[in-house]
Design a protein around this ligand. Sequence first.
Ligand code: FE2
Length: 669
Amino acid sequence: MAEYKLEVTTGERFLSGTNDHVYVTIFGTGGQSERTELDNFGFDHVTGTTGTYTLSTNLSLGKLLLIKVEKSRFCYLPEDEWYLSKIVVTTPEGEAILFPYYRWISRGELVELRGGKALKGFEDDHPVLIEHREKELRLKKRLYRWSIFAEGLPHITHFNNVLELPAEIRFSYTRDGNIAKVKLDTFINLHHKEMVGSTKTWESIEKMKEIFQWRKTTMSEYVSEHWKEDDFYGFQFLNGLNPKVIKRCSELPPNFPVTEEMVKPFLEEGSSLQEEVKKGNIFLSDQKKMEGIPPRAYNGKPLHVTAGLCLLYLNPENKLMPIAIQLHQQPSEQNPIFLPSDSETDWLLAKMFIKNVDSMDHEAVQHLMKTHFLAEVYTVAALRSFSGIHPLYKLLIPHFQYTLFINTDGRPTLFGPDGALSISSLGYDGLTELMRRALSETTYSSLCLPEDITARGLESIPNFYYRDDGLKLWDIINSFVKAVVEYYYPSDSEVRKDNELQEWISEIFTHGFLGNKASGFPESFHTVEEVIKFITMVIFTVTVQHAAVNNGQFDYYSCVPNISLLLRKPPPTTKGQSSMETILETLPNVGETVNFEAMVCLLSETYSDMVPMGSYPDERFQEPAPKQMIKEFQAELSNFSEAIATRNLLLKIPYSYLDPAHIENSIAI
Ligand code: FE2
């Protein structure tokens, strides 16, 4: 007689347990066990517990290959899904083998678990495993399919609503409940103020700020007090919601004829623009990508979206100050260059139009397209291409958790033709065109932070915490990925013959970057080094980059005068004609403001089941080496989290968005 000890763990999520009958059959190279019910005295498979069962066979089954799990109805109870986390089998020879699952099981489903070491396709040497892997991949390709959302944008999953999503990638019950609660709170708080749907213009900026009395953060209060100040305006280009825009300016564009005379009063005494350009102290935000995109109609007339230019100066106090703004690309008399010395409201309006465009770039391009939509591409391609036993599946899948859910759920409500963003100045069609343009210009190196910082000439600009924290995290992720990838791919030839890995990158190239060779994105992998860099970029994007553009949304957007996605009036064409009234007429009306605020509230909520970056609650690796690498990764992240906390104590405006303790392990909001 040979005895197998099975430790069967049921998930900790709400309603994970089951009352159904559960049967297992173990398959090994020496044969298979009887189909055996997992039934101890008392209750079995209770949420958050591990049951131990013994399964006897006449002889040892040899090397274990698969465990088949079946679940069938107990009495006449209705469907009773079970969240099976893992089974650990201890063989008669004393070896403990991990069979991870971490999914829901429904009645009648055929479930076969593979266990043990992570293996690439060409390493499977038993016909049963080879056949199982082929069947698994065929099934996954049928289950996860591509769909086109809009011409010229990254492809998306074919699921139209979250109820269609397979159990593998569904949200937890906790998070479902939480989202509904936030929606409800937001609705009640705002609705009670009878502002929803109001077309009135705000009476004053102060009144406008009041709508968020019931919810504040230290940063949102800071923003609402300092939004008018030029140094805080410049600060936001570095550490605000959209740190991906400005570039060091080595030469003024010919269509931006800023003269020495115009900016002299704002430079260090005795200095000149030319000198400051030479010293590397002049920076530029050029919004030419917006030119010609038709804005949406508003009360029957088109709104105004400017393709502006904003010149910034790093002053001797290390503050980045806006010193000149031109709101359209072509200089003309109706397109004056606004200066800080203009009337307060002229200068505020000019700054607002630049920020309006910046906010649409932020939401549609930097947030939605470059993190959410690209993450969806990496996820769908991984679900289609990798077997669950593949080492890179085990490495990547925790970083894709909930991404298909949040995108499928959020696409219509946030981005769709009737979504919250459709009331921005560009509207749905304009934002889609903006994303299309942005994707066609997106290069691989622009998504790799070290290269992006160098290309924009921002290596040495002081007080740039997004860069400092981002680069450090890039290195931490890179070291972890390097260790794991080199462990599983000792040579480049292993990379070249790994069909699942090649298929993953090929699908990403085709469905994410639409086969654009000029983008520099890889379409296949030749070396271990290429794989390390790409996976570093993927994990960085879905953790760090997403946090940088997502986590501050409430802080900054809750003060609408600071950033508004919608401006109702045309931009100023002559100086000295504006007043505070013009500003209030230009900003969104009461109802529109409330809509934006509700969106921002939902987007920046943290949820009770948030998984912080680098924590892997699901145990997927059997081997000690990757487990050790995960521990080292976590230790590095935790040290860095402490370093950020210490640094922030010394800052007037702390930067916490890239504190690993606040970064989610995947895009889940
Ligand atoms: Fe997000």
